[in-house]
Write a protein that binds this ligand. Structure first.
Ligand code: URA
Length: 437
């Protein structure tokens, strides 16, 4: 293989062959294709695109660069979210699907940018080990039905190396590159069913429904081409999901939503639960061959009888987490600021991106890969879109443990996230924009 000729071919908009793609990626991982040639190829792919077949070949080559798991004898499924503000749905969806009899091996990530990733949020539970070796991950999945741990270096090394280059060469926004990056990791995890939650809006990676739909279709097509059952939802991310945006507060909110004695008590929490039930039902329907209506009902039953909460708790315990110490952590003294409404009216919108940026400034996320996350930092929103508020009513609470000095400025920024209108109630948008099978 002559790497330069393949770069020329892609630059001219021609489709690369299966073996060409495989050899290029193998060369990149082994070092015979240097970073500058991989960067040029990534840019050519960004500008010229790839066919669905090429995208599948790229995904397959990246998946094969590391270890691939498999789960003989058990029905397995996982959900992947493209990430959003207040996205604690993994703590509801994955245990809920497990409570319905699906095994859920979920390799997850740490966050860079707005707030922590799933692993960071779970690590706010004292003792929780989000760094299980793969054989222990296997044991927890088989014994409790669900495990969430950080993807190890053995999974898709090609993606780790390529993503680092894309990040600094302006080659992140490309549907074939994003698809192969997400999908290679999920395929390597080995689940037979993959369900994608592609977020769309101000707080998401994909800002428009068109972009989100293109990514969702590409992920579903790629997963099916690799022999998996797959579906996707395109869901709204203009408004944060639920009320909590941070780390520990998101885990606490998910625990409350899963708890039948508490549940989803507001419109925002109901939206988060509605998307969760739909995602879990897709996992159950596809992996257990059940009609969607039956799968939805099964999910609702498992929420109502507490089995989904029990699964989440069982996973936390199996991975060393201590919920008594978590409760004590949530009662720890922190620096707080209550943001109050300056005018009365209806809450027309709560801008997810602005809320996320405030949470980040309070310490809930990382600006750089080695930043330390403050597990208690974040924002808890007191209202839902459509609510009526009076002057002086609480809109949100900001929390940090670093220094109280940052709170006032952060609160002024957070106020800009709220649009309060005098024009009557806006009917809130359906949080599920589209389903792709
Ligand atoms: N998430 C990934 O894992 N890869 C991308 O390319 C973009 C988002």
């Amino acid at each position: 293989m002559v790497a330069k000729l393949l770069i020329d071919k892609k630059r001219e908009g021609k489709a690369l062959g299966t073996a060409e793609i495989r050899e290029f990626i193998e060369g990149f991982v082994s070092g015979s294709v240097p970073d500058y040639q991989m960067s040029a190829m990534a840019m050519a792919i960004c500008c010229r695109g790839m066919t669905a077949r090429e995208t599948s070949d790229l995904t397959d080559a990246m998946m094969r660069s590391g270890r691939c798991l498999d789960w003989p004898g058990i029905p397995t499924a996982d959900k992947h979210s493209t990430g959003g503000v207040g996205d604690k749905l993994s703590f509801i969806v994955q245990p809920l699907a497990a409570a319905c009899g699906v095994f859920v091996p979920s390799l997850t990530g740490r966050g860079l940018g707005i707030t922590g990733g799933t692993a960071d949020k779970l690590e706010s539970i004292p003792g929780y080990n989000a760094g299980l070796p793969l054989d222990e991950f296997n044991d927890v999945v088989r014994s409790t039905g669900v495990s969430m741990t950080v993807q190890t270096a053995e999974i898709c090394p090609a993606d780790k190396k390529l993503y680092a280059l894309r990040d600094v060469t302006g080659t992140v926004p490309s549907i074939p590159l994003i698809t192969s990056s997400i999908l290679s990791k999920k395929l390597a995890e080995g689940a037979g069913t993959l369900v994608f939650d592609v977020k769309c809006g101000s707080g998401a990676f994909m800002k428009t429904p068109e972009e989100a739909t293109a990514l969702a279709e590409s992920l579903v097509t790629g997963a099916k081409a690799a022999g998996r059952r797959a579906a996707a939802l395109v869901t709204d991310m203009n408004t944060p999901l639920g009320h909590a945006v941070g780390n520990a507060n998101e885990v606490a909110e998910a625990l409350a939503i899963l708890d039948p004695s508490k549940g989803a008590q507001t419109k925002s929490a109901e939206n988060a639960l509605e998307i969760s039930v739909e995602l879990a039902a897709l996992m159950v329907s596809l992996s257990l061959d059940l009609p969607m209506d039956e799968a939805r009902q099964k999910c609702r039953d498992k929420l109502a009888d507490g089995s989904a909460l029990a699964k989440f708790k069982a996973m936390i315990k199996a991975q060393g987490g201590d919920l008594d110490r978590f409760d004590a952590l949530m009662r720890k003294p922190v620096h707080k600021f209550r943001l109050l409404a300056m005018r009365s009216g209806h809450v027309e919108s709560i801008d997810a991106e602005k809320v996320g940026r405030v949470a980040l400034s309070l310490g809930a996320g990382r600006m750089k890969a080695d930043d330390r996350i403050d597990p208690l930092a974040g924002v808890t929103i007191a209202v839902s879109v459509g609510d009526r508020v009076a002057v002086g009513a609480p809109l949100a609470t900001l929390v940090t443990t670093s220094t109280p000095d940052i709170l006032e400025k952060a609160a002024a920024e957070l106020l800009k996230a709220f649009t309060i209108t005098q024009n009557g109630v806006q009917s809130p948008q359906n949080p599920i924009i589209k389903r792709i099978n």
